[in-house]
Design a protein around this ligand. Structure first.
Ligand code: GDP
Length: 175
């Protein structure tokens, strides 16, 4: 599984966004097809791999998760270093996590590489009754900031694979 020789490309990608927006669950859904009801208490960077086929090439996506560090504003520059893509996640049921995207974008642009592919993800799309951020708000911001955009549900496994695939494909195209 960790044999890098079997892939044609290895792309480092990172997850960013406020605490509890669903970053670890997007990662576990993508890498292991698992969902967890409780937030993971572990602190420290973690990452997972998954191979994807793009055309006739095998791309190994290495996805880093902050694993709680964002709570202490302790994400370091090493987290951003070498990342070719970032999934910027907010929670559609908490307006504040959308408002904070400005801060995250600023940080991505300060520490990330200039041509980093950023995909904006509004997670928890299954919770329609508690929605506080309209789909159009996500779309407008994405358009304004020139980002890809998708709403996902890690819980119901909606668009998760597509969001990662879109990010990886875009990196592949410019690599
Ligand atoms: P992180 O802090 O950003 O890594 O967030 P977590 O992945 O730990 O998720 C925070 C909480 O939101 C947990 O209780 C998850 O079960 C829940 N959660 C994550 N994704 C979804 C989702 O798509 N839908 C719903 N309903 N809950 C979710």
């Amino acid at each position: 599984l960790f044999d890098h020789d079997e892939c044609d490309y290895l792309f480092k990608t990172i997850l960013v966004g406020d605490s509890a927006v669903g970053k670890s669950n997007l990662l576990s859904r993508f890498s292991k097809d698992e969902f967890h009801l409780d937030s993971k208490p572990t602190i420290g960077v973690e990452f997972a791999y998954r191979n994807m086929k793009i055309g006739d090439k095998i791309v190994k996506a290495q996805v880093w998760d902050t694993a709680g560090q964002e709570r202490f504003r302790a994400i370091t520059s090493s987290y951003y270093r070498g990342a070719l893509g970032a999934m910027l996640v907010y929670d559609i049921t908490r307006r504040g996590t959308f408002e904070n995207l400005r801060k995250w974008l600023h940080e991505l642009r300060e520490y990330g590489s200039r041509d980093m592919v950023i995909i904006l993800v509004g997670n928890k799309s299954d919770l329609i009754d508690s929605r506080e951020v309209d789909t159009e708000d996500g779309q407008s911001l994405a358009q304004l900031e020139d980002l890809c955009f998708m709403e996902t549900s890690a819980k119901e496994n909606l668009n998760v694979e597509d969001a990662f695939l879109q990010m990886i494909t875009k990196i592949f195209e410019i690599a």
